[in-house]
Design a protein around this ligand. Structure first.
Ligand code: HEC
Ligand code: HEC
Length: 444
């Protein structure tokens, strides 16, 4: 967000947005649903995206999905007939045994290496981005803008996928189903023909009617409604981590973990909480989802193992692709921005960042700490951000500590600080997954 304020085009953007705000005065004061039953007053529209009067508050969201739909959604989530060829279910990449995130070794031959993203339904075809954990995904609000009193321009929040390309869980479902590198159905019509033939569509008839066998839109809606109900169920928001026991007064953090929490919050040290929201004094775990659902351009290093990155001119530019589709003014100001992920269960991941470029939690901490002071380590000889088209480098956040350092200057975090931060992040692992955490990497 800061990157945007300080970008060269800031004034032009401000003018454009003001024009929008004026035009939007005619907008009736409506409510939008950012999450089930968490309505929000709309004060303006930025193209097709609402600007609301108040930030979304996850503690206000209520989830009461119909138990029958949840059961149907759970069944579909594990159904390997949804992919072409069949064999890959949602659970293949969002494995319940791995916090609904991927096991990157799944489906690989011993000699085959994972590029940091999950295998799709065809041999040797891997996803373009890292699959996130789907635990707590129900709290991700729909897309919205919000402008703080002291901010010059509205900031953007919410939406699913790293680039907000989906607005809701129900809508998101068609993305993996139709992605050639994931479930590889060629089109909605093709999906309809397949699911009619293999019995999946028939499963949906009692609930959604015969049209799911003849109308691809009705079929996708039925799949989306069911899978959304499952993802919104309490099964996917367990809140059983050591940190949760701590905030409920049912357990303690040890001294290293407490030091890590303090560094996580300290604006001059980790400063992590400025994006990864935490409120350890509130007993409600929804106050600590470790994301504000906002977007940032951090310039994660290029993942050279991804096939598209063999083309030096290819860049995954994140949010600006969505900004263009949604017709926001000056979409390019959003190039490089991706959603801040929640950090619960992050300690069991096998790859990190939207592009899967980093491979351990300690490496992520070192990236934050030394991106500014030692750019050559992350971006190669030139030291220039290497996973974002050069014309967008000004969008990158160079203001938030610890990312605000210059080459050769002192780092914000010592090695011991990084150990403590990692210790703290490990307390965010739900009970069921604690045994999956890799041993702590020893420094030196
Ligand atoms: C081949 C692996 C793969 C399969 C199969 C797959 N996904 Fe995903 N999923 C991903 C990746 C990769 C992303 C992140 C994409 C992005 O950021 O653009 C993702 C993102 C998501 C998200 C958004 C999460 C967030 O925090 O924004 C949801 C929801 C989701 N998947 C649900 C599903 C469902 C439901 C299915 C089955 C219909 C499914 N996925 C099948 C790999 C997969
Ligand atoms: C300015 C906002 C901001 C700050 C400050 C920040 N983060 Fe992040 N964090 C992000 C964003 C955005 C991403 C996603 C980057 C990407 O996908 O390329 C991210 C990604 C991560 C990831 C990888 C998660 C995953 O699932 O791959 C970890 C771990 C993490 N941050 C921890 C931290 C810690 C610890 C700190 C403090 C030292 C911190 N972050 C500071 C915004 C921030």
């Amino acid at each position: 967000m800061l990157g945007q304020l300080f970008s060269k085009s800031g004034a032009a953007v401000l003018a454009a947005l003001c024009a929008f705000a004026v035009r939007a005065q005619g907008v009736p004061e409506t409510q939008v649903l950012l999450a089930p039953s968490a309505g929000a007053r709309v004060v303006a529209m930025i193209a097709t995206t609402p600007q609301v009067a108040q930030r979304y508050d996850p503690t206000q969201a209520r989830f009461t999905p119909d138990p029958q739909l949840v059961a149907l959604g759970r069944q579909l989530f594990h159904d390997t007939r949804l992919s072409e060829p069949s064999g890959t279910s949602c659970a293949s990449c969002h494995d319940p045994a791995r916090a609904f995130g991927p096991d990157l070794r799944r489906g690989l031959r011993d000699t085959e290496k994972s590029p940091g993203t999950a295998l799709g339904s065809r041999a040797g075809q891997f996803g373009q981005r890292a699959a996130p954990s789907l635990l707590y995904v129900r709290y991700v609000p729909r897309r919205y803008f919000y402008q703080d009193d002291d901010a010059l321009v509205p900031s953007f929040f919410g939406g699913l996928m790293a680039d907000a390309s989906s607005d809701s869980l129900a809508e998101q479902v068609s993305a993996p189903l139709l992605n050639p590198r994931e479930m590889h159905n060629r089109s909605a019509a093709h999906l309809l023909a397949r699911l009619k033939g293999n019995g999946v569509a028939q499963m949906l008839v009692p609930r959604f009617g015969e049209q799911v066998k003849s109308d691809s839109k009705a079929l996708l809606e039925a799949l989306g409604t069911s899978l959304q109900a499952y993802l919104q169920s309490d099964e996917l928001s367990p809140f059983t981590s050591k940190f949760d026991r701590f905030i409920r007064g049912q357990g303690q953090l040890d001294t290293a973990e407490l030091r890590g929490l303090a560094l996580f919050k300290n604006p001059d040290k980790g400063n992590c909480a400025s994006c990864h929201t935490v409120s350890e004094t509130a007993s409600r775990p929804e106050r600590s989802l470790f994301t504000d659902f906002g977007y940032e351009a951090l310039a994660s290093p290029r993942n050279k193992r991804l096939v598209e990155n063999r083309n030096p001119r290819y860049f995954d530019n994140g949010l600006c692709e969505t900004a263009k589709k949604l017709k926001w003014p000056e979409p390019e100001q959003w190039c490089g921005y991706v959603r801040t992920p929640g950090l619960r269960n992050v300690a069991i991941r096998q790859s990190f960042m939207h592009n899967g470029s980093l491979t351990s939690l300690r490496e992520v901490m070192e990236f934050y700490n030394t991106r500014g002071t030692d750019p050559v380590r992350w971006f190669g000889k030139s030291g220039a951000f290497n996973d974002l088209a050069p014309q967008f480098h000004d969008n990158v956040n160079v203001n938030s500590p610890p990312l605000n350092r210059k080459p050769g200057s002192a780092v914000a975090l010592s090695d011991a600080d990084i150990d403590d931060l990692v210790s703290f992040l490990r307390t965010l692992t739900d009970e069921r997954y604690v045994a999956l955490m890799p041993p702590v990497l020893q420094r030196r």
